[in-house]
Design a protein around this ligand. Structure first.
Ligand SMILES: Cc1cc2nc3c(=O)[nH]c(=O)nc-3n(C[C@H](O)[C@H](O)[C@H](O)COP(=O)(O)O)c2cc1C
Length: 427
């Protein structure tokens, strides 16, 4: 399902909030996404940008994302895991929708790139899926935020040692890239995944839902044919100042020298829909956290019977998880804790619960903690562990992996205890 079909579906079921008043991409849009966080929004009337619309929050709700992928909410983890282990070949098409309009001398100031917060370094593209071709590993798609410098240049946050940074380091003349906006939901989800090197995320997207691709016009890359907007050009070795900009944690990330993108050509659909993603909003959280659930699930399932995993929004959808198991032995709780940390190395706190606990209801999880744990036997502390660079409280030494302490809490019913005392009554 492409973005337009998805929005039409949401509108039909009353799950899309249309904002018809005139709004500016500078601050207005961010304030409204923040106000209605958790809702899919369509801004019909963008001040100073006639012909453009803006969508936001389209993956902010799991049930809606599940609908886009044709599965139940609880099945999303399995759908992603299944797609990651069975990627499918992608079909290349001609006359693609994303190239209905071709701009030869593009001017980035004519695109409604939002400015989210007064402290930001500039206007930012946040929902852009960047397509690259690595000389050794082939196509790779991933997210990078891009700050507009002027009418033809963006500077990106290109995290060191990951796919885009590695490919750039192998390309002395610069790396051809394409930044795609308004892509189908399955492409958003696949771009946020980290499969082993050499696995093309576009083929994972295809395994979740049909994702035709098309050749770019000025760079040797293929992009989702139904994207709303594509910026083609070269990622150079020239560095520029990037930031400040908010992190997933809702705290401000600092300023760095980062690679500059020179835009060569822009293509888009008629009346394009720009996808705005609020930093630290629920859409950002879902896209970051959800793809880690299948990796935790896979690791935990190697050692105990795992029946569910949820990365929780209160933990920035990155640092906290709840793991649900069907307990079959006395050590299943601690085994699941250790496996969860292996499944997502940035994880800092994990709670393991039995399968009578609803992992989508934090009050239920807290109830399990309240009635099933004793710190002296059920709390596991791991000191001086490698951790997430996103955690402001971690010990951060420039050039080194951040370090932290981690906690696992086994909130399952103790093995061998009469279960009756632990059962919750229902009415
Ligand atoms: C919404 C969102 C925004 C992201 N922003 C960035 C970013 O600005 N820079 C970056 O390097 N990674 C960013 N990431 C993370 C990468 O997309 C992610 O780690 C990806 O899986 C890296 O894959 P790779 O190692 O194959 O390149 C973001 C992820 C999401 C979901």
């Amino acid at each position: 399902m492409n973005l337009r079909a998805f929005l039409a579906n949401l509108e039909q079921t009353g799950d899309l909030r249309n904002i018809q008043e005139a709004v500016s991409p500078t601050f207005d849009v961010a304030r409204l996404i923040y106000k209605y966080d958790g809702n899919a929004l369509l801004f019909d009337n963008l001040q100073d940008f006639p012909g453009w619309r803006m969508a936001a929050g389209i993956t902010a709700r799991r049930d809606l994302l599940a609908r886009a992928l044709g599965c139940e909410t609880e099945e999303l983890v399995y759908k992603m895991a299944e797609a990651a282990s069975n990627p499918q070949p992608v079909e290349i098409v001609e006359n693609a929708a994303c190239q209905e309009v071709v701009l030869e001398n593009p001017d980035l100031t004519r695109i409604p790139i939002p400015r989210y917060h007064p402290e930001d370094g500039g206007p930012y593209i946040t929902a852009g899926v960047t397509v690259i071709h690595d000389p050794d590993y082939g196509r790779n798609i991933s997210f990078h935020r891009w700050m507009r410098l002027d009418s033809q240049h963006l500077v990106g946050r290109i995290v060191e040692k990951r796919g885009t940074a590695t490919a750039l380091s192998k390309s002395p003349e610069g790396l051809p890239i394409a930044i795609c906006l308004g892509v189908p939901p399955q492409v958003l989800l696949a771009a946020a995944m980290s499969p082993p090197k050499g696995v093309d995320e576009m083929t994972i997207a295809q395994a979740m839902a049909t994702t035709p691709i098309t050749q770019c016009l000025s760079v040797p890359l293929e992009v989702p044919a139904e994207a709303e907007l594509v910026l083609e050009g070269i990622l150079t070795h020239e560095q520029n100042t990037e930031g400040p900009f908010p992190d997933l944690t809702g705290t401000m990330d600092g300023i760095r020298q980062q690679p500059t993108f020179v835009v060569k050509k822009v293509t888009h659909r008629h009346n394009p829909i720009f996808h705005a993603l609020l930093p630290a909003g629920l859409e950002h959280k879902n896209l970051m956290g959800m793809p880690r659930e299948p990796t935790i699930y896979a690791e935990v399932n190697k050692v105990v019977k795992c029946t569910g995993v949820r990365i929780t929004p209160g933990g920035c959808s990155w640092l906290h998880a709840v793991v649900q198991i069907e307990k079959q032995g006395p050590d299943d709780g601690p085994k699941a804790i250790e496996a969860a940390f292996r499944g997502h190395t940035s994880l800092k706190h994990v709670v393991v619960v039995d399968n009578d606990i609803n992992i989508y209801n934090m009050a239920d999880v807290e109830w399990a903690i309240a009635t099933r744990t004793q710190a002296e036997t059920d709390l596991y502390i791991f000191y001086n562990q490698p951790s997430s660079s996103l955690d402001p409280s971690a010990r951060q030494v420039p050039g080194e992996k951040a370090r932290t302490s981690k906690i696992g809490l086994d909130a399952t019913i103790p093995w061998g205890q009469p279960k009756a005392g632990y059962k919750r009554i229902s009415y």
